[in-house]
Design a protein around this ligand. Structure first.
Ligand SMILES: Nc1ncnc2c1ncn2[C@@H]1O[C@H](COP(=O)(O)OP(=O)(O)O)[C@@H](O)[C@H]1O
Ligand SMILES: [Mg+2]
Length: 285
């Protein structure tokens, strides 16, 4: 397994940004949100509760959680199996609805968005790395990474070109691009999943146990990749893990028990401005 791929000099630059591509093909980018929290916070949860089921059989997967994730933070979420970590991440991604409380992402109150607007927000602003990779088995590696762009209206050949750039950046070499996911190692599949999550240039990356299915060496390479995304690109990261070593990659760790935040470490994040934010254009400097 090669080390995490280089971000910079060897990578062929993509010539045009996703925003420019979308404008070119007539797809409207979602406007900046009016909510003033958007300037400072990628995610704000106000008293968020999620119940599954009804009546006496209801399970409170997330219980009255308040959380603020500043732009540029790398946050780790820990806790035992079943404590509500995945539910919390799904609520932030708008993949699931809160039973009560408010979920505000990039300044948008998710409950106030139409289904279409929510899909647009997810496609354009949020990258999601699922616990089990969630790659399409019948698609090639390249197709798995390129489809979100095609969904956004990009021409296929441009989507493929950008997918290739992204795959290079996360260390998946061209020899693998025509393969199906089942022909790759777990580490490679996770890199492909990360490339897919990043291909639309999201400002927020949500990762559900991204190292959970990987050996420790490969897991560390993936963590290094996430750290570089955060420090070099300014991507806000919320990572769920049950591995204490993995959690140390975050600036701050919160712990969940039975849907409640029970513990939080102080943030060691440096002030904004000390982080150099590069445009996600293919890595040319
Ligand atoms: N779709 C669902 N329907 C019913 N219960 C669910 C559903 N998803 C999760 N749960 C329950 O909610 C709780 C939290 O689950 P989850 O968020 O997956 O935990 P974690 O990711 O921390 O392991 C668990 O008790 C789980 O059984
Ligand atoms: Mg989970």
């Amino acid at each position: 397994m090669p080390a995490a791929g280089p971000w910079t000099s060897e990578i062929p630059a993509a010539h045009i940004s996703v925003g420019e591509l979308m404008a070119f093909f007539g797809r409207k980018q979602i406007p900046a949100a009016a909510d003033p929290s958007a300037r400072d916070f990628a995610v704000v949860l106000h008293g968020v509760t999620k119940l599954y089921g009804v009546g006496a059989a209801a399970v409170k997967a997330v219980a009255n959680v308040d959380l603020r994730v500043p732009n540029g933070e790398f946050l780790s979420i820990m806790g035992p199996s079943g404590c509500g970590k995945s539910t919390l991440l799904n609520l932030i991604a708008g993949l699931d609805d809160a039973s009560s409380g408010r979920v505000v992402v990039a300044g948008y109150d998710l409950a106030r968005l139409s289904d279409d607007a929510r899909s647009d927000l997810r496609l354009q602003r949020i990258g999601f790395v699922f616990q089990g990779f969630n790659l399409f088995p019948s698609f090639t590696v390249e197709e798995n990474v390129a489809w979100p762009l095609e969904f956004l209206g990009c021409r296929w050949y441009l989507a493929r070109e950008r997918a290739g750039t992204m795959l290079n950046q996360v260390g998946v070499t061209p020899g693998s691009w025509r393969r199906r996911p089942a022909e790759l190692s777990g580490g490679e599949q996770q890199r492909v999943a990360i490339a897919r999550a990043l291909v639309t240039e999201p400002q927020l990356l949500l990762a559900d146990e991204p190292t959970g299915n990987l050996d420790s060496h490969t897991g560390q390479a993936i963590l290094d990749l996430l750290r570089r995304l955060n420090t070099e690109r300014g991507v806000t990261i919320v990572m769920v893990t049950h591995n204490t070593f993995a959690a140390t990659y975050g600036h701050r760790t919160i712990e969940l028990r039975d849907g409640l935040i029970t513990h939080e470490t102080p943030s060691n994040r440096r002030e904004p401005g000390s982080v150099r934010v590069l445009p996600l254009r293919g890595g040319g400097e």
